[in-house]
Write a protein that binds this ligand. Structure first.
Ligand code: IMP
Length: 179
């Protein structure tokens, strides 16, 4: 275990197992309606989750990436600035947004609206983690890996000051790391 980690909340094996379940569920849900989603992963945090879940989705999916940042100082509005936009037109496309964690929900709420404004036919969300106790906007992910308590977590894509994204598990940092 990394020296800065106080506790492993979700192990590598648990993540693998849950991604396989979610991938199979997504495969059968989209196959049932004869549809194939475009996987849109949110940089940077969703990259490990995307690569893990994608291998369990047995459909001819395409992948694209978006990067957004919250506007500084406008926390209550929740607007986002696009740092990297999609490479292709999404007119009429079924999109499955891939996210590391839904916290307040502001980011995904705004991105979802933005994708519909660009002409997406359908937008669904798969998130590795969900912190429902922190929600400030009414948004629900369609597929959730794990519901977690109100704790700041790192690892498997999630960072603190850009570090710890490469850890293969989700953990909680030691208190002294925040000093
Ligand atoms: P939201 O707009 O508040 O839902 O924020 C979502 C984004 O905040 C996530 O994509 C993460 O980048 C970041 N975030 C929220 N909670 C955590 C956490 O516990 N650890 C690391 N990043 C987090």
């Amino acid at each position: 275990m990394h020296k800065d980690i106080k506790k492993v909340l979700i192990s590598e094996a648990e993540i693998e197992q849950r991604c396989s379940e979610l991938g199979k569920q997504i495969t059968s849900d989209y196959a049932a309606i004869n549809d194939v989603p475009l996987l849109v992963a949110m940089l940077k945090g969703a990259v490990p989750f995307l690569t893990k879940i994608a291998k369990y989705i047995d459909l001819d999916v395409e992948m694209d990436f978006m990067a957004v940042a919250s506007y500084q100082g406008t926390e209550s509005i929740g607007d986002v600035r696009i740092l990297k936009d999609l490479d292709r037109s999404i007119k009429g496309a079924s999109i499955l947004l891939v996210e590391d964690i839904v916290d307040t929900g502001r980011t995904l709420d705004t991105v979802k609206e933005l994708l519909y404004n660009k002409g997406a036919g359908d937008v669904k969300i798969v998130t590795l983690l969900d912190k429902p106790s922190r929600r400030v906007v009414d948004i629900t992910a369609d597929y959730v890996g794990f519901v977690i308590p109100n704790e700041f977590v790192v690892g498997f894509g999630m960072d603190f000051n850009e570090k710890y994204r490469n850890l293969p598990y989700v953990g909680i940092l030691k208190d002294e790391c925040y000093l």
